[in-house]
Design a protein around this ligand. Structure first.
Ligand SMILES: [Zn+2]
Length: 94
């Protein structure tokens, strides 16, 4: 039986726990998972923007919340990673 990976859009030749584990720990798979969710989030955001813009143009809301937010700073790279490391080291101390 073959195992299909949704993220990589590919079939693994054998479906065994070790093969799947090796695949899921692979750099290519992790990249694909990240891209998959990034794309999904972008689509969600775009849908929200489109809906709000349509509502704004239809006069349903008085102000567009998406204007004047371009100055917002992007999240620090590696911020999530460092907090994870912090959490891990705290548990080790306990
Ligand atoms: Zn994969």
């Amino acid at each position: 039986m073959k195992y299909y990976c949704d993220y990589c859009d590919t079939y693994l030749t054998h479906d065994s726990p070790s093969v799947r584990k090796t695949h899921c720990n692979g750099r290519k798979h992790k990249d694909n998972v990240r891209i998959y969710y990034q794309k999904w989030m972008e689509e969600q955001a775009q849908t929200l923007i489109d809906r709000t813009t349509a509502a704004f143009q239809a006069g349903k809301i008085q102000s567009n919340p998406f204007t004047g937010q371009q100055q917002k700073a992007p999240p620090m790279p590696g911020a999530a990673r460092s907090s994870k490391v912090l959490r891990v080291s705290t548990t080790t101390e306990l």
